[in-house]
Design a protein around this ligand. Structure first.
Ligand SMILES: Nc1nc2c(c(=O)[nH]1)N[C@H]1C(S)=C(S)[C@@H](COP(=O)(O)OP(=O)(O)OC[C@H]3O[C@@H](n4cnc5c(=O)[nH]c(N)nc54)[C@H](O)[C@@H]3O)O[C@H]1N2
Ligand SMILES: Nc1nc2c(c(=O)[nH]1)N[C@H]1C(S)=C(S)[C@@H](COP(=O)(O)OP(=O)(O)OC[C@H]3O[C@@H](n4cnc5c(=O)[nH]c(N)nc54)[C@H](O)[C@@H]3O)O[C@H]1N2
Ligand code: SF4
Ligand SMILES: [Mo]
Length: 765
């Protein structure tokens, strides 16, 4: 017989257990809404039993986030951005729709009904007078898949214009173009399991340590344990480069030169996989032909590295059995972005580093759901299910599911991001609808962009926060319910799909992006197309369009994903099989591809270099990029103390030799000019950058600093294949700042006063 004491003890244990179980059930499992690593998070409500409620500066209770150990991609790890996300959810939110007739006027608060009425009438008017192509929507890799999918149906199906593009055009469109051309389809072949299988990681144009920190943690841990090698190619000695076995600090814009140079050596040494080339590829001889130009001396000279370093890189490629390439913006954001992606792929085909564990060409996606955007057709030339607008069968398949007559979808690709700006400039765009992106900071040649935005007859800006730089150019602002306030799906870089559940109520009158698009669609007369009442229904319809495609996700649904994340391809018939819970799915493991011949295609691109090389008047190459703590245009991270302390202001990184030659000191404020604009920034003198190259972080728009916008300097030349702008390089001069000390801006103060001004004017109407 158990004693009473034991029973009391036991019941206490059980009640503790029940309590902790209850606590456990209060966690919402979700995916981090920042970068494309796609870490799993558990979010805890602000009020946990026995703990004091933390509040943000506006007094809102703060949600706590921590890593989800059960998530296959991140295994419980998070970086500072994911860990502090809770602190950014409620401050500075846009709470209700507002409109104004012209940009000189203050906003006035309106009902959703009034806002919808206005938007619908402006769209109808534009379509009647200038046709559907006078309407443009500019969306984002921060949409959930349901948002993306609904927007495609509204624009490409109902309105009949392919003028939907996303900030992904500025981000990974070169990777998409490269994969499509080389393999016959988009889709990154490797997965994160390869990070732990490789014996040589080739990181080119990616500061993985700062921008994909958890991918980097996994890779570094594995390489350290197994004495694996890491090559990093970056003009800057980043945190990533510091961890490398070999760092090649090439001149910006010499990627294709370097890659062809490595291929030249491999071919010369006979270190190629003849069998793979013969049985799985085509176009090898054309590639081999151009390689004769890329002798080590020429390549080393052009790239600004030593021939020994070049040979060392080629040797690591030749000696390693499993080479995994990782890349991001240092490759994609270039006028030869697609060529560089295809030349990376050439190296993999040449050496047979394809479709095997630990090997393959892996483009790291930047945003949390850039991959979902690709799946849902979220660029101006594509359609859901990895289809393209130019293909009549693809259009028909989509029209059928959308219950629209044949011929509804245009065969002509729509305007790409920069082309939308040109359309505004030329007066060809009457309605410009921006959602979940902040182009008044992130577009190239920002003064020209702002001028075009000022020329827009009617701009809608749908954002979670207010003000943003882009709301300053809007006629209508629509409050979006953001991550945590709507249930939807995101896909990370390794094709792992996570259900992001709503865990809190939307602020004010905010609504989910997909609901806003659907309501406008219904009011335009497309009731049958927008019948879905839940995002789960929207997702089901999207998934049906992936059947039989490379990205087959017919085994996925909100219900199934409620049990945990899954990796595609996952056809319906596999949901119950063990395949469903495997997270090491690679593409093209059988050496067959989706090109007409079934073979992967070599490409033969000569190096072109920069669109705007340095010259005697503008002798420096400026490059731009990211810092570990900040996210893009700071609408969230700019309000998190821990992060603003880490990165208080923008700066210009310069080599000590260059600083000395110009007679500048560390922290001195200088003026940096390109042919388009200028910034005034304090110098950060550091050996971690090549001589002749300078660097500015991209995070400071005009609400966050005075004359600190990286894109004041950049140009708008694009890769002719992917239409991705060359945001990574332009020519600049550096001058002393005349007269007057730098006005150090109190960022919060400046935002508060802007916010107050906008609200006062809203109320005063
Ligand atoms: N902390 C943080 N993380 C992020 C983001 C963020 O805002 N903050 N944003 C996310 C998004 S959307 C993206 S797209 C990714 C971007 O991730 P990354 O591409 O890693 O980031 P960037 O800093 O833009 O650029 C990477 C590197 O390219 C180098 N580079 C410049 N020119 C060249 C060149 O010609 N050749 C080579 N080889 N390298 C060059 C730069 O010096 C820089 O270190 O990050 C994602 N993760
Ligand atoms: N010079 C230079 N310029 C660059 C780059 C560079 O490397 N150098 N990188 C480019 C790249 S790769 C990228 S991805 C872009 C990023 O540039 P942007 O997309 O302009 O940057 P974000 O700050 O991420 O903007 C996202 C916006 O969406 C809002 N938002 C957040 N969640 C939601 C939601 O659920 N719904 C709605 N409607 N809104 C929401 C945020 O408040 C924010 O205003 O910048 C590009 N520009
Ligand atoms: S690595 Fe990326 S996804 Fe993971 S916590 Fe950091 S920002 Fe979020
Ligand atoms: Mo990006």
């Amino acid at each position: 017989m158990p004693t009473i004491a034991f029973l009391v003890f036991w019941s206490q244990v059980m009640s503790q257990f029940a309590k902790s179980d209850a606590k456990k059930n209060q966690f919402a499992k979700t995916q981090c809404p920042y970068c494309g690593v796609g870490c799993g998070l558990e979010v805890l409500p602000p009020a946990m039993p026995g703990k004091a409620v933390k509040r943000d500066a506006e007094g809102n209770p703060i949600w706590q986030a921590r890593g989800d150990r059960a998530h296959p991609s991140s295994q419980g790890m998070v970086c500072v951005k994911g860990a502090t996300i809770g602190d950014a959810l409620d401050k500075n939110r846009l709470l209700y729709p507002m409109v104004r007739d012209s940009l000189n006027e203050p906003f006035r608060k309106v009902t959703w009904d009034e806002a919808y009425g206005l938007i619908v009438s402006r769209i109808q008017q534009a379509v009647e007078t200038k046709g559907p192509d006078s309407v443009c929507m500019y969306g984002s890799g921060q949409f959930q898949t349901e948002d993306y999918y609904t927007a495609q149906k509204l624009m490409k199906g109902c309105l009949g214009t392919n003028n939907f593009d996303a900030n992904s055009r500025l981000c990974m469109s070169s990777a998409v173009a490269g994969y499509i051309q080389s393999f016959g389809s988009d889709g990154p072949p490797p997965c994160y399991a390869d990070l732990e299988e490789t014996d040589c990681a080739f990181l080119i144009g990616t500061n993985t340590a700062d921008c994909h920190p958890i991918v980097f943690n996994r890779l570094k841990k594995h390489l350290k344990k197994n004495k694996g090698k890491m090559i990093v190619v970056d003009p800057r000695r980043t945190k990533t480069a510091e961890a490398a076995t070999l760092h090649l600090a090439i001149k910006p814009g010499t990627n294709v030169m370097l890659l062809n140079g490595i291929a030249h050596l491999l071919l010369k040494w006979g270190k190629v996989d003849q069998q793979y080339i013969e049985s799985c590829t085509e176009g090898f001889s054309d590639f081999a032909k151009i390689l004769s130009d890329y002798t080590p001396d020429v390549v080393a000279q052009e790239c600004g590295i030593s021939p020994q370093h070049l040979a060392a890189a080629a040797r690591l490629w030749s000696k390693s059995k499993r080479v995994l390439s990782l890349w991001s913006m240092g490759i994609n954001q270039s006028i030869e972005g697609t060529a560089a992606v295809r030349t990376i792929i050439n190296l993999h085909l040449l050496t047979g580093n394809m479709g095997r564990p630990g090997a393959g060409p892996f483009s790291l996606t930047g945003q949390p759901n850039a991959m979902g955007g690709r799946e849902a057709g979220g660029l101006a030339h594509i359609l859901p299910g990895y289809r393209v607008v130019k293909n009549p069968e693809h259009r028909q398949a989509v029209e059928k599911v959308w219950k629209l007559p044949e011929g509804s979808i245009s065969p002509v690709p729509g305007r790409a991001a920069w082309d939308m700006i040109l359309g505004l400039e030329q007066g060809d765009v009457d309605v410009f609808w921006v959602a979940a992106t902040n182009p008044a900071v992130s577009m190239p040649d920002i003064e020209r962009t702002k001028k075009a935005l000022r020329n827009s007859p009617f701009t809608i800006c749908q954002d979670a926060y207010f003000p943003t730089e882009t709301t300053e150019f809007a006629h209508v602002v629509l409050p979006a319910a953001q991550w945590g306030e709507k249930t939807g799906v995101m896909t990370n870089s390794e094709r792992v799909v996570t259900l992001c559940k709503a865990f809190k109520r939307a602020r004010g009158q905010a609504r989910a992006d997909w609901q806003i698009f659907a309501e406008v669609g219904r009011r335009l007369g497309y009731e049958a197309q927008f019948e879905a009442t839940t995002s789960a229904q929207v997702y089901d319809e999207f998934v049906s369009l992936t059947e039989g495609r490379l990205c087959d996700m017919t085994g996925l649904s909100h219900e199934r994903l409620g049990l945990g994340p899954l990796q595609w391809p996952l056809p319906q018939q596999e949901t119950e099989a063990t395949a469903a819970t495997r997270f090491d799915k690679r593409l093209y493991t059988n050496g067959r591809f989706l090109t007409p011949s079934g073979r992967a295609k070599f490409s033969a691109f000569h190096a072109k270099g920069l669109a705007e090389p340095p010259d005697p008047d503008f002798p420096f190459v400026l490059t731009t990029g990211r810092l570990y703590g900040h996210w893009h245009t700071q609408t969230r991270t700019g309000h998190i103390d821990k992060i603003t302390k880490m990165h208080p202001n923008a700066f210009l990184e310069i080599h000590p030799y260059d600083a000395q030659t110009l007679n500048f000191e560390d922290e001195q404020v200088v003026e940096v000019r390109s042919k388009r604009g200028f910034v005034k920034l304090p110098l950060k003198v550091t050996k971690n950058i090549r001589r002749g190259t300078v660097f500015v972080p991209m995070h400071w728009g005009f609400l966050w600093g005075n004359d600190a916008e990286a894109n004041a300097l950049t140009h708008s030349e694009v890769c002719p294949i992917s239409l991705e702008p060359e945001l990574k390089a332009c020519a600049v001069q550096i001058l002393p700042v005349r007269a007057g000390p730098l006005v150090v801006q109190d960022v919060e103060q400046s935002l508060v006063s802007r916010l107050a001004r906008s609200l006062v004017s809203a109320i005063s109407r």
